[in-house]
Design a protein around this ligand. Structure first.
Ligand SMILES: Nc1ncnc2c1ncn2[C@@H]1O[C@H](COP(=O)(O)OP(=O)(O)OP(=O)(O)O)[C@@H](O)[C@H]1O
Ligand SMILES: [Zn+2]
Length: 465
C-alpha cells in the first residue's frame, strides 16, 4: 500500500503515483510579500513542508518550488503609503518570511522564484496565449478568454454558466466578458512597470504561477498546493492558462489546506483578526505552534485560541520529558533480556502505525497520536527494574525519526550566541548596580540552558556545557 492523497480535482482520495518513478514535482503558491505573515499564512508553509518531508521519508526525491508574489496591487499600495519602492518592501518581507517559517521548522524550497526575476517568461507565456487565440489585448491590458477554455470550472466543480451569474465587470476593466481575467495590467501613472509588447505594465496574479511552475517543473507537475481560498479563482485560472498553452494536464494532484479561524471566522489581513507569527514566537516556542497545526488534519479548520496553544505546549512537553528520561537512562542500562523483544516489537508496531496514518492523506493528527502512544510505552518501559541499552536506543531513534518527519525537534531550544552575549552584558550591568539577585538569576538561567560562565580578570567568558 502506498500514499493516498485527497485530490480536490476529483474530490476523492487517490493512490499517489508520480509521473516519473521516485520523483515528485511539487509547486506551492507562496505569499504576497507586503506584510508579516499571520498564523493562517503559516499553515500552508507548515503543512506542505511536512508533506515534502514525508514524501522524502518514503523515498521520493522531491523538487519543491514555492513562489513569492513580489509585485501586485497590495504591494503597490503599501509602497505608496510608506513612500518606498516596491522591490524594497518585497525584499524586506521576503526576508521576514524566511525568518518566520524557518523558526517554525520549514525548510527552504528548492527554488523560491520571484515575479520580478521572471518577467521575460511571463511575457512570453502571455504572448503565446494571444497567438493561440486564448487571450486578447485591450487598451494595454491583456485578458484571458475564459469561455474558450472548455473545461473551466473543473477544479472548483462549477459550470461556466453557474460562474457567470455572480461575475461583474469592475470599473476600469476593459474585458469583453465578465468571466475573463487579467494576464497583464497596463501601468497607471507613477506605478512600477515593465516594458511589454502591449506597453508598460505588470502581470496579473494568476499568470505568474503558470509560468514559473512550467519553467521550474515542466508542463505537467505532480502536486500543486495552497490554501483552500486559492482553489477558486486562482488555481482554476492557473489550470486554464497552462492547459490552454500546453494542451496537457497541468497538475495531477491538487491539495488545499483548511483555514485557521478565530471565533469561527477566517483569519485574514483584511478582517484584521490576525495573529502574526512574529509576535507569537516571542511568547511561545515556535515548535509548539507547528505541533499545534499538525495536531489537526490539514483539510480541517482550526479554531485558534491562545488557550489551545498552551494546552499543546504541555502535551508536547510530556513527550519531550519521556525522551529526556530515556536519554538519562542509557548509562544505567545493560544487555538485552528475553523480555525485551516484546518492547522492540511494540516500537516497530508504532512505526507501522505512524506510516499508516501519514499514508492516509498525510493524517498528522493520527500520526501525533502515535507519538503519544510511543511516549506512554517509553514511560512504562522506564518503570522496569532492568532496562536494556538496545531498547532505550530503539525508543530514542524512533522518537528522533518520527519527530524529524514532522519537522519537529526534541532537543531543548538553544540560545543564539548573540542572545547569550546580551544576557552576559545584562548581568555585568546588574553587578555594577549591585543588583546581585538579578545577576544570579541570569547566571542560573544560562546554567539551565547549559551555558557556563567564567569570571576572569579580563571579563566574563562563556562556553556551552
Ligand atoms: N486563515 C487562513 N488559514 C489557512 N491558510 C490561509 C489563511 N489565510 C491565508 N492562507 C493561505 O496563506 C497563503 C499565503 O497567501 P497570501 O499571502 O496571498 O495571503 P492573503 O490571502 O493575502 O492573506 P489574507 O487572507 O490574510 O489577506 C495562501 O496559500 C493562502 O491560501
Ligand atoms: Zn499560485
Amino acid at each position: 500500500m502506498g500514499i493516498k492523497i485527497y485530490n480536490t480535482l476529483t474530490r476523492k482520495k487517490e493512490e499517489f503515483v508520480p509521473l516519473e518513478e521516485g520523483k515528485v514535482k511539487m509547486y506551492v503558491c507562496g505569499p504576497t510579500v507586503y506584510n508579516y505573515i499571520h498564523i493562517g499564512n503559516a499553515r500552508p508553509a507548515i503543512v506542505f513542508d511536512t508533506v515534502r518531508r514525508y514524501l522524502e521519508f518514503r523515498g521520493y526525491d522531491v523538487n519543491y518550488i514555492s513562489n513569492f508574489t513580489d509585485v501586485d496591487d497590495k504591494l503597490i499600495r503599501v509602497a505608496g503609503e510608506l513612500g518606498e519602492e516596491v522591490p524594497v518592501i518585497a525584499d524586506r518581507f521576503i526576508q521576514a518570511y524566511h525568518e518566520d517559517v524557518q523558526a517554525l521548522g520549514c525548510r527552504q524550497a528548492d527554488t523560491h522564484p520571484r515575479v520580478m526575476e521572471n518577467m521575460d517568461i511571463i511575457i512570453g507565456f502571455i504572448a503565446t496565449l494571444i497567438d493561440k487565440g486564448y487571450a486578447y489585448e485591450s487598451e494595454g491590458d491583456v485578458y484571458f478568454h475564459t469561455r474558450k477554455f472548455k473545461e473551466y470550472g473543473k477544479l472548483s466543480h462549477q459550470s461556466i454558466d453557474e460562474l457567470r451569474i455572480g461575475a461583474r465587470i469592475a470599473v476600469g476593466e476593459k474585458k469583453q466578458d465578465a468571466l475573463d481575467f487579467a494576464l497583464w495590467k497596463a501601468a497607471k501613472p507613477g506605478e512600477i512597470y515593465w516594458e511589454s509588447p502591449w506597453g508598460k505594465g505588470r502581470p496579473g496574479w494568476h499568470i505568474e504561477c503558470s509560468a514559473m511552475a512550467r519553467k521550474y517543473l515542466g508542463d505537467t507537475i505532480d502536486i500543486h498546493a495552497g490554501g483552500q481560498d486559492l482553489a477558486f479563482p486562482h488555481h482554476e485560472n492557473e489550470i486554464a492558462q497552462s492547459e490552454a498553452l500546453t494542451g496537457k494536464e497541468f497538475a495531477r494532484y491538487w491539495m488545499h489546506n483548511g483555514y485557521i479561524n478565530i471565533d469561527n471566522e477566517k483569519m485574514s489581513k483584511s478582517l484584521g483578526n490576525f495573529v502574526l507569527v512574529h509576535e507569537i514566537i516571542e511568547r511561545h516556542d515556535p515548535q509548539v505552534l507547528r505541533f499545534f497545526m499538525l495536531s489537526v488534519h490539514y483539510r480541517n479548520p482550526i479554531n485558534y485560541s491562545e488557550e489551545l496553544l498552551e494546552n499543546t505546549q504541555s502535551a508536547l512537553e510530556r513527550i519531550k520529558t519521556s525522551f529526556q528520561n530515556l536519554k538519562h537512562r542509557i548509562e544505567a542500562s545493560s544487555n538485552l533480556t528475553e523480555n525485551d523483544q516484546h518492547w522492540l516489537d511494540q516500537i516497530q508496531q508504532q512505526h507501522g502505525e505512524f506510516i499508516e496514518a501519514m499514508d492516509d492523506d498525510f493524517n498528522t493528527a493520527n500520526a501525533i497520536s502515535v507519538l503519544f502512544e510511543l511516549s506512554k510505552l517509553a514511560n512504562l518501559y522506564l518503570m522496569e527494574k532492568n532496562t536494556a541499552v538496545t531498547v532505550i536506543e530503539a525508543f530514542i531513534n524512533e522518537f528522533e525519526t518520527l519527530f524529524g518527519v514532522l519537522g519537529l525537534t526534541l532537543e531543548e531550544e538553544m540560545l543564539l550566541d548573540e542572545e547569550i552575549e546580551e544576557l552576559i552584558q545584562k548581568r555585568i550591568q546588574a553587578r555594577k548596580d549591585r543588583n546581585f539577585k538579578l545577576a544570579d538569576e541570569i547566571r542560573d538561567q544560562l546554567k539551565d540552558m547549559n551555558i557556563i560562565l567564567e569570571d576572569t580578570a579580563q571579563g566574563t567568558r562563556w562556553k556551552r556545557g
